[in-house]
Design a protein around this ligand. Sequence first.
Ligand code: ADP
Ligand code: MG
Length: 246
Amino acid sequence: MIGLGDIEKRFGDNLVLKGVSVAIAEGSVTALVGPSGGGKSTLLRCINLLELPTSGTVRIGEDTLAFGPGHKVATRDIQRLRRQTGMVFQNFQLFPHRTAVENVMESLTVVLKWPQARARERAMSLLEKVGMAHKADAWPATLSGGQQQRVAIARALAPSPKVLLCDEPTSALDPELAQEVVDVLGKLASEGTTMVMATHDLRLASKIAREVVFLDAGVVVETGTAEQVFGNPQRERTKRFIATLR
Ligand code: ADP
Ligand code: MG
């Protein structure tokens, strides 16, 4: 349902992704793990085309775009694919001058041109789902990090994306607040939300991820179920990395 085919991403002389292929099944949760600088964020940004791959293919559902020499990709094709994705960032990135509910409504009213009342209704039901309905009218700065991240998750889900992309969603949070976010993501996972998340958080990854992709220096070193990769890694590089997380 989501496929990355032989993705290369180059920043100047730095080849950051060296031919990465990943298949993600509908309704599955995939954790992207690996050392810092290995290319996890870049890979997520190539799925939602915040970064354009230097070469390779990105498929979301029936929609495939090919990049590289000889391929010209139109902006509207990029926007169409990007709209199939929702992104959650390490540092929440809520709009500071919008209330919680307005943050969630924004893409519905601005991009999808929904009427206010309908957008507010959907935003409230999403805030309910993440346990934040009681803070609908709060400003982001008055919320805890865990609450801000839960609003950010509701915002990412508002336009009903085919995949939720999360980049280190718990890394900026104290353990207790991280747990709130793990619980919300776990609930979404159990409801069948397709997710790809970069994370160092073994608790998060082992609780909700079914598949694990271990990425090191721009190469997929190992993939498998969470049980296999965390419990019984096959490659030496993976073993060493998993040991550092415990
Ligand atoms: P990770 O998320 O696994 O820590 P990143 O994807 O952030 O890794 O980074 C992988 C490599 O790509 C790093 O060497 C980083 O410096 C480089 N990189 C990431 N984004 C950019 C950018 N916009 N411009 C130049 N280099 C970048
Ligand atoms: Mg990163």
